[in-house]
Design a protein around this ligand. Structure first.
Ligand code: GDP
Ligand code: MG
Length: 637
């Protein structure tokens, strides 16, 4: 099915188009012309639909090149449904085009967009009545907020299926008579020659002296041409104006009448929330607010987390010497016990101070209605990397912990989107990786270098997203986001959501963490680290130029990302990393650790969510990526 968006400039066509346009939206020129239009394919109710965003058009009778091309497209391209997008706050002017589109007798839906703007101006429109007048469905919408877009497309689909055609509205009696008589003179041959348009439409174009349709006749002066001139003259005589002016003022008159019959004017109103929302959703200020809100959000969480984390970890690490007193530290049982304690400590030190406030804050933002707005703001951007705007939610969660992030990909409808979002989410630096970035790069090099890593990370994720979506082409589901109204968050609901997400961490990731730490202790106990270092030396020492001892730390990093750092300190035998490693080595090491193979807990969740094959792919993909990036870092930084 092919759907075309038609409407005046700035009525919101492109905004509607962008809601469903995937990363494969293509901009083309009309054949041989400089005028552009956009085309995309998307999945609507299980069927592939083509959507065309035509250039803004005031009229179907025009000398403007863009408008002519838009009209030609409608006539020629086998469009199944036309969506006439109207700016509801400028209704009377817009209806003239609607009347002309109805003359084409194509299945049509009217989208009464910018209802918010109309309300603000105090314009109330009787939608049912308008729909009755035109015999075509009218769907109210606020395109910038996604409101009504879903309904618009499902209605368009239905109209296209049923080939439902609206009413043509008659002009004044005498004009209508002339139109009817001229229509009767038009032969079938003519119509076929002119792309199968209705006789009445063609008759109107003749009366309007439309140069495109008249071109043939002016030269030939044939029979029909004489008749056209004859009828043009009738109108001219009875109305005292050129026939094209007669037709256009008829239309103007009709649309004014319709406008007056469906509109009632009330007091304009504007609320403070609307005002705030306009800033938060503004195409420029919206991103600035987003940045500020998240800057505050992270600072608050990590500021608070730090206060709690240090005494907590302190407490746990004081436990180990206590045990040392009762159990000989060189025994197997001591290794096991200290491994378990480290695992418990790691979990508590991540969960309590960071994950809990992070998830709770996020639940509050979600309940408030801000999270869907972020998805909305970034929707167009995420479409460009082949994902849906909703994918931003797992990505944001990913900055806390990859495990709940991957679980959150369930909100995406298509399996392909879930897969791509999961792979990308594993690359987002979680709280554990953040510790590495801060403790190594920010501490030993500079905070700017740490920031660079974050920016590089985002760029790599974007490029990887693009690559993955090219590898797995699929027509994105026409899933449209709709912005809910703001509402006061409930602490109870937020706590329940937080618990639900934390449960996933506590019962999936944490046990693995404890097992991981224990295995790590055992490896040390049995002194197998040397073999591991030797085994990894081609990668660590030859390719990346790192000290050979980092081999084991990378293995431990798979168990738990921040272990890479803790083990690094242990492996190089000093807590002053800068004494042993150069800035380049620190950077190379960090980049590698950030990107390579996700941690065991993540792998376990991935396995459950996307299956073993795709999990293996993710592991290999991130490993190769990390190797390439770290090698580049070694030589460039
Ligand atoms: N207030 C309001 N603004 C809208 C709405 N839909 C689109 N806009 C804005 O109107 C402007 C024109 O929209 P655009 O989609 O480019 O119109 P086009 O020229 O028809 O493609 C943009 O700034 C949009 O953000 C809406 O429903 N309400
Ligand atoms: Mg546009």
């Amino acid at each position: 099915m092919k759907i075309a968006l038609m409407g005046q400039p700035n009525s919101g066509k492109s905004t509607i188009f962008n809601h469903v346009a995937g990363y494969k939206a293509v901009t083309s020129n009309f054949p041989g012309k400089t005028v552009k239009y956009e085309l995309t394919k998307f999945n609507l109710l299980g069927r592939i639909v083509e959507l065309v965003d035509l250039p803004g058009t005031y009229s179907l009778t025009s000398f403007d090149l863009a408008e002519l091309e838009a009209r030609k497209y409608l006539l020629k391209a086998n469009v199944d449904v036309v969506i006439n997008v109207i700016d509801a706050s400028l209704l009377s002017r817009s209806l003239e085009l609607t009347l002309q589109l109805l003359e084409l007798k194509l299945p049509m839906v009217i989208c009464l967009n910018m209802i918010d703007e109309a309300e603000r101006k105090g314009i109330k429109i009787d939608i049912e009545k308008l729909s009755k007048v035109f015999g075509a469905p009218v769907v109210p919408a606020v395109a910038i907020k996604g409101r009504g877009i879903k309904e618009l497309f499902s209605t368009a689909y239905e109209v296209g299926e049923k080939k439902k055609i609206g009413k043509t509205i008659n002009f004044s009696k005498d004009v209508e008579e002339v139109i009817t008589q001229l229509s009767a003179q038009i032969k079938k041959k003519q119509i076929e020659q002119e792309f199968n348009i209705p006789e009445r439409f063609l008759a109107l174009k003749y009366l309007e002296n439309d140069s495109y349709f008249m071109e043939n006749y002016e030269k030939k002066s044939n029979d029909l041409f004489k008749k056209i001139v004859h009828f043009q003259n009738i109108l001219k005589e009875t109305h005292g104006r050129q026939s094209d002016v007669v037709i256009s003022s008829e239309r103007h008159h009709l649309s004014m009448n319709i406008y007056e019959s469906v509109v009632s004017l009330t007091k304009p109103h504007k609320s403070a929330i609307d005002y705030l929302d306009n800033i938060l959703m503004h195409p420029f200020l919206g991103y600035i607010s987003l940045g500020l809100i998240f800057y505050l959000f992270f600072n608050l969480i990590f500021g608070a987390g730090k206060i709690v984390e240090e005494p907590l970890l302190d407490y746990f690490y004081r436990l180990i010497p206590l045990i040392e007193k009762s159990i000989n530290p060189n025994t197997l049982s001591f290794s096991i016990i200290s491994g378990i304690i480290q695992g418990l400590a790691g979990g508590i030190a991540i969960v309590l101070p960071y994950l809990f406030p992070f998830l709770f804050g996020l639940a509050i933002l979600e309940d408030l209605g801000y999270l869907p707005r972020i998805a909305f703001l970034l929707d167009a951007f995420l479409h460009k990397i082949g994902l849906h705007g909703k994918a931003i939610i797992p990505f944001i969660l990913g900055y806390g912990c990859t495990v709940p992030a991957i679980m959150a990909t369930r909100i995406l409808e298509s399996e392909r989107d879930r897969f791509i979002a999961s792979v990308l989410a594993t690359m987002i630096p979680c709280a554990a990786r953040m510790t590495i970035i801060f403790a190594l790069v920010a501490f030993y090099i500079s905070p700017q270098a740490a920031l660079t890593i974050y920016i590089l990370n985002i760029i790599v994720i974007i490029i990887s997203g693009k690559i993955l979506s090219r590898l797995l082409p699929e027509i994105t589901p026409g899933m449209i986001l709709e912005i809910p109204a703001y509402h006061i968050p409930s602490i109870k609901v937020a706590l329940a959501k937080t618990w639900l997400r934390m449960k996933e961490f506590i019962f999936v990731a944490w046990p693995l963490l404890i097992i991981g730490s224990t295995v790590l202790s055992l490896l040390q106990y049995f002194k197998v680290d040397n073999y591991i270092n030797q085994f990894f030396s081609p990668l660590t020492s030859f390719l990346l130029g790192l000290p050979i001892v980092v081999g084991t730390t990378l293995i431990f990093g798979i168990l738990r990302k921040e272990l890479s750092m803790l083990m690094l300190i242990q492996a190089i035998g000093t807590s002053n990393v800068a004494a042993v490693m150069s800035a380049t080595q620190i950077m190379t090491f960090t980049i590698f650790v950030i990107f390579y193979v996700p941690c065991v807990a993540t792998i376990a969740v991935l396995w459950r969510e996307i299956g073993i094959k795709r999990t293996l792919f993710t592991v290999v993909f991130t490993f190769v990526l990390a190797t390439i990036l770290a090698t580049i870092t070694r030589f460039v930084y």
